[in-house]
Design a protein around this ligand. Structure first.
Ligand SMILES: Cc1ncc(COP(=O)(O)O)c(C=O)c1O
Length: 301
């Protein structure tokens, strides 16, 4: 271990630890060829995991819904994540856990029931979905034309890589000079964006879609923060028209926390700056993170 260079990141692939650059999967894996994979991402900031148990719990639920059963227990997954972070030495990191299905071996039916599922974890330096500069002035978003994949087709509470719709939306945003695209469902209700949940503020009340999106761990944190700050928070359907006329909009994700949106399509919100409630939630979130809220400190050597 001592001869290896862990500075670019660390990984665990199916039982083995290695520097990130050596982490590879066979090109024939169904996790890759069929997106037969689930994953989760937990953040490390100030040298501590944030809501580690929640992430591992959601990861286990995603795996179970996809009928995946890797060898590692939840406690072992937490040990592996801790091990790769300590090997990397990163105090601020993006820590991913993936479970993918391999191609069934020759001689058995070509059916997922015969494919083994196994774990891949890796750590990268901290990732911001939106740059600190974009967050400071508020992110520029559009409502994309692709419909978000229907929950009847794929359960969005399983964290997944079925990103064709989100990626298409992101290209539309790029062509229109915006940074990201939020998608609606087939009924015209707001769902989520590429890598984040969304919130709108109406007359001081915080609202987020009740369904049709990943049940984000940062979203859960926003709901808790609203309770602490005595802000009303409601989970309900949001129509396009309501969303476009919201007082404030913000998004939430592990890779960035709470991030205000200051432009939606041609509409400029709050004079093109983050709104007061979004800012209060964002500042309180980071203040509490600094104080060790939901933190699991990492014992670096
Ligand atoms: C599609 C999607 N929605 C929402 C989220 C936010 O979830 P969390 O706050 O748990 O990171 C993510 C995170 O990657 C995501 O990919």
């Amino acid at each position: 271990m001592s001869d290896l260079d862990w500075s670019s990141g660390a990984a665990y692939v199916d039982g083995q630890y290695m520097p990130l650059k050596d982490a590879k999967i066979p090109v024939t894996e169904w996790g890759y060829r069929r997106s037969d994979v689930t994953y989760d991402v937990v953040g490390v900031y100030y040298g501590a995991f944030f809501r580690l148990d929640d992430h591992v719990k959601r990861f286990r639920a995603s795996m179970e819904k996809l009928r995946m059963k890797p060898e590692e227990s939840d406690d072992q997954i937490k040990e592996i994540l801790t091990e790769i972070v300590t090997r990397s030495g990163y105090r601020e990191a993006y820590v991913a856990m993936d479970c993918l299905r391999s191609r069934p071996p020759r001689g058995v039916p070509l059916h997922p029931a015969y494919g083994r599922s196994y774990l891949i974890c890796h750590v990268l330096p901290w990732v911001w979905v939106f740059t600190p500069e974009q967050q400071e002035r508020g992110v520029h978003a559009i409502i994309g034309t692709p419909e978000r994949i229907a929950p009847e087709s794929f359960d969005p509470t399983i964290k997944n890589f079925h990103w064709g719709d989100l990626t298409r939306g992101n290209f539309e945003a790029h062509e229109q000079g915006a940074e990201t695209a939020i998608l609606l469902d087939r009924y015209g209700h707001v769902t989520e964006g590429p890598g984040y949940n969304v919130f709108a503020v109406f007359d001081g009340k915080v609202v987020t879609p009740r369904s049709g999106a990943l049940e984000g761990i940062t979203r859960k944190s926003v709901i808790e923060l609203c309770q602490m700050l005595r802000l009303e928070c409601e989970l309900r359907d949001i129509t396009r028209d309501e969303f476009e006329n919201a007082d404030e909009i913000f998004c939430s994700t592990t890779a960035g926390g709470i991030m205000p949106i200051s432009k939606l399509g041609s509409r400029i919100l709050g004079n093109g700056r983050p709104g007061p409630i979004s800012t209060l939630l964002k500042d309180t979130f980071w203040e509490k993170r600094k104080q060790g809220w939901h933190a699991t400190p990492i014992a670096y050597e």
